[in-house]
Design a protein around this ligand. Sequence first.
Ligand code: UDX
Length: 439
Amino acid sequence: MKLSVIGCGYLGAVHAASMAELGHDVVGIDVDERKVAALSQGKAPFYEPGFEELLARTLATGRLRFSTDFADAAGSQVHFVCVGTPQKRGEYAADMRYVQGAVESLLDVLAAGDLVVGKSTVPVGTAGFLAELVAGKVPGALLAWNPEFLREGFAVQDTLHPDRLVYGLPAGPDADTARALLDEVYAPIVERGTPKVESDYATAEMVKTAANSFLATKISFINAMAELCEATGADVKLLADAIGFDDRIGRKFLNAGLGFGGGCLPKDIRAFMARAGELGADQALTFLKEVDNINMRRRIRMVDLAREVCDGSLLGKRVAVLGAAFKPDSDDIRDSPALNVAAQLQLQGAVVRVTDPAAVDNSRRQWPQLDYADTAEEAAQGADAVLVLTEWKQYRELDPVAFGEVVKQKRVLDGRNALDREAWTAAGWSYRALGRRAG
Ligand code: UDX
């Protein structure tokens, strides 16, 4: 099939290459010339394991190309809308201008029989509105909503092997046409028996925000327990293991620590609250405000803990921050808890050196006031305290004996409960973590 993918950020670029991998003829369209040039040359504009290999493979087949010209979307039968919906400045609501702009630009190239497929995370009600826009301008063109659940760091795997497919379909007989086109696009995925949920537009839109709200709630739940553990001397890691054995709860997403960041969970729960308010249903989501509050409190607690281990004052103390990305295997620093903590430490007078295996360049651009190092050893040279704030494998596997040679004081703060406490304490380190007793 001939497909277009509008927006070649994280979601769109991976989607375009994955669709070419499935055998389709794909054009990825983005207004950013540099992004299009990089992708066309097989270079990933972001760090994502396995993506460059996929890009190289699919470009070589001739089935994938990138362009800045919307006219190149003409002739495709299915058009995926993969543009961003960031949080509006100073507001909770999502900024819908890119989605609106993408669909309006598509109107000029659509033909009867084409299907526009929304993949971006949007406020519930958006798809219905866009479907009317499409049908009003191009009779016979249809719209479906097909949310994407990919995680950064696993984007390729999640796109080619999703847990489920969700089709938000138009009402009436148009549903059959839209379903048939989506089934053809995803044929190899559908044929392997991937669960599929078909629904109206509103449900499909809500699946995404509900899933992200649940994940955020699960993380904040265990972090609230961590606060209580800190007050009682209990151990949040053992607590998570024990409650996680209950299948109804499950151990995944119960890792207590610095909390969630990134380009999705924080902005999605806020946009969901804003939309609920517009719909007069704000009470239903007031708990998400608390989820957000718990999450943000962890960052403050981390700074307090750093001050505590530095004998009550951060002034002039050398602090090494290991990790800048919002999570491992990513160079994404959007709403990164690690950088937020690093900046707070600096504001309180600490001499902070940040390192990260992939995100230093991005961090330097956005947080030029911080100091950076290429390696953990360099960052920790002469340090009064070492903070592990993103649980990269490299940091989890640090040898506490050798690493102890470079620091001034063997004090480690494990912001992600990712280190082997026994190994670090055996090597003479004082070990502190959120929600656990001092080791
Ligand atoms: C998330 C959703 O998982 C994905 O389905 C959706 O499509 C986009 O948003 P992503 O933002 O890539 O994906 O990262 P995710 O792995 O969900 O982690 C989000 C944040 O939660 C990270 O900052 C991570 O460190 C934190 N986290 C995750 C925890 O603090 N504890 C956990 O147990 C799990």
